[in-house]
Design a protein around this ligand. Structure first.
Ligand SMILES: Nc1nc2c(c(=O)[nH]1)N=C([C@H](O)[C@H](O)COP(=O)(O)OP(=O)(O)OP(=O)(O)O)CN2
Ligand SMILES: [Zn+2]
Length: 149
């Protein structure tokens, strides 16, 4: 076996509010999130192939994450879909980028959302290995496929 893990880092800005939370984070506030995406696979071994020696071109990983994860999340206000209808109406009428989620937008649930967004769009020859999401400089969550088998 010659399996290799590849990791790429991303950053995005997003705001959120934790409804019913018993602390300051129930108010709308923002984070500069950092995300690490790790995939695993076997490097291609085809001498004339432009991707020879690669599990996946880092550029292709970047494009996939940008399209399916960062595009919906970056500079969005992430709110639970049962948040105040009056607030949601105003935000949407004013053209703000609001991502409504069926879940509380915690670090944990955003990891699961990112996993669900990403997994179907990875090429068949690689697997998602893990995700690491920093909400603040000091707090992060991780999702590992091996924890969920
Ligand atoms: N298990 C979780 N706990 C908390 C989450 C979360 O997603 N999962 N989120 C929050 C808030 O969103 C908050 O923004 C982050 O909390 P906290 O680490 O307390 O933030 P601070 O700004 O106080 O961090 P410092 O490093 O102390 O400045 C709360 N909990
Ligand atoms: Zn927060």
């Amino acid at each position: 076996m010659n399996r290799i893990r590849l990791t790429r880092r991303f950053t995005f800005e997003a705001a959120h509010a934790l409804t019913h939370y018993d602390g300051a984070c129930r108010h709308i506030h923002g984070h500069s999130y950092k995300l690490e995406v790790t995939i695993i696979g076997t490097p291609l071994n085809e001498e004339q192939h432009p991707k020879d020696g690669m599990v996946l071109d880092f550029g292709d990983l970047k494009t996939t994450v940008n399209t399916h994860v960062l595009q919906p999340l970056d500079h969005a206000l992430v709110l639970r879909e049962n948040s105040s209808p009056a607030l949601l109406n105003v935000l949407q009428e004013e053209g703000h980028k609001v991502l409504l989620t069926a879940f509380q937008p915690t670090c944990e649930n955003l990891l699961l959302y990112i996993k669900d967004q990403l997994q179907p769009h990875l090429p068949a020859h690689v697997q998602l290995h893990s995700l690491k999401l920093w909400e603040t400089e000091n707090a992060f969550g991780e999702w590992y496929v091996s924890d969920n088998e």
